[in-house]
Design a protein around this ligand. Structure first.
Ligand code: SF4
Ligand code: SF4
Length: 118
């Protein structure tokens, strides 16, 4: 089971990122979140959501949902000289809020039902 996002429903409110950072760090520390809202500066109103899992990145963009193995992402970043994916790879993996009674928290807080488990 893992966290999945419906990119069409997501409005980029960042509530999932905020609550995950609190879960991971007992503070609102965005760099601790394993779910991250991604914005592309070159496209107005374009954003997606990325979830760091143990073995993969779940990448939800308006074009659709993609799941990439960590190794493939790492190789791509190296090959393209793109360091933007690296910080995501260094983050802790989603633990599905296993120690939280009402978890997963990102599913609970999403105001549009865009986050779900599968
Ligand atoms: S399930 Fe918990 S740990 Fe995983 S992304 Fe959501 S809030 Fe973060
Ligand atoms: S809480 Fe839901 S709507 Fe807000 S950024 Fe996360 S997935 Fe998108």
């Amino acid at each position: 089971m893992g966290i999945r996002i419906d990119p069409i429903k997501c409005t980029g409110c960042m509530a999932c990122e905020l609550v995950c950072s609190y879960h991971r760090d007992d503070a609102f520390a965005f760099l601790s979140a394993c779910i991250v809202v991604y914005r592309a500066k070159e496209k107005k109103d374009y954003f997606g959501v990325i979830v760091k899992e143990e073995e993969s990145l779940v990448i939800a963009r308006p074009e659709g949902l993609e799941i990439k193995g960590i190794g493939a992402v790492d190789e791509e970043a190296e090959g393209e000289g793109d360091s933007s994916a690296k910080p995501m790879l260094l983050r802790e993996a989603c633990d599905l809020c296993e120690d939280v009674e009402d978890g997963p928290l990102c599913v609970s807080v999403c105001p549009h039902g865009a986050v779900y488990t599968e």
